[in-house]
Design a binder for this molecule. Structure first.
Ligand code: TIU
Length: 220
């Protein structure tokens, strides 16, 4: 076991049972012209975490531990996108509408791709998810079971939407969850801070948070 210097207290990392889940590091969230910008957000703060996410991915690969990537995107006929989701954002810039990187948040379009610096390796699990949480309507739980994972380190965007939702889903399913503080970001700095605080409140009610370097030291 390795010990990660974490909050609200040390995280006992099991190098044989831990995996990395990288949430939605897609062009649609990080680059101008995608879904994130269409919602009125400045995408640049999200681009700034790419080096930290890359470092985390490299560390897990070097340790021989699984790296799982998710992409938030929908079927071309939008049959998996309910009106409650489709009708968010300004008309003409909603999920399924045409944009500079193809149809917004649609599977197979350039905007739905993971940014080139974080491209998955052949053999790594890449899960397309129609929800904010990565367990909803995906085989993620079965895949984690198949890989023998009980502990999940999380990175990606956005902290309070898809990352937090997925951590809560994972926590309810019995996984121990650790969020890499410098490898996640929000369009709203105050939402990121609040999310980190609420995850680790009440004795790690949802999970732990730690810096990337602390996680990789314990893994090495
Ligand atoms: N991946 C993810 O977080 N999806 C979002 O829609 N996030 C927003 O913050 N909008």
């Amino acid at each position: 076991m390795g010990t990660v210097s974490a909050l609200p207290f040390a995280f006992a990392l099991d190098p044989a049972r831990v995996g990395l889940v990288v949430i939605d590091m897609q062009r649609d969230f990080l680059e101008p012209g995608g879904f994130g910008e269409s919602l009125g957000n400045d995408v640049h703060p999200l681009q700034a975490i790419v080096p930290a996410v890359a470092k985390l991915i490299a560390g897990f690969r070097a340790a021989g531990r699984p790296v799982i990537h998710t992409r938030e995107c929908h079927a071309p006929d939008l049959s998996d996108c309910p009106p409650a989701k489709r009708l968010r954002g300004p008309e003409g810039k909603r999920i399924g509408d045409p944009g500079p990187m193809g149809r917004i948040l649609v599977r197979g379009e350039p905007g739905a791709d993971i940014v080139p610096d974080l491209a998955p390796l052949p053999g790594e699990l890449v899960l397309d998810k129609p929800g904010k949480g990565a367990f909803h309507a995906t085989p993620l739980d079965a895949e984690l079971e198949r890989l023998g994972l009980r502990q999940l380190v999380f990175a990606g965007v956005t902290t309070e939407v898809c990352v937090q939702t997925t951590m809560r889903e994972a926590n309810d399913r019995g996984y121990e969850c650790l969020l890499a503080e410098d490898a996640t970001e929000s369009y709203f700095p105050e939402f990121k801070a609040a999310t980190l605080a609420m995850i680790r409140a009440q004795g790690a009610i949802v999970g732990w948070t730690a810096e990337t370097d602390a996680i990789l030291e314990a893994l090495a």
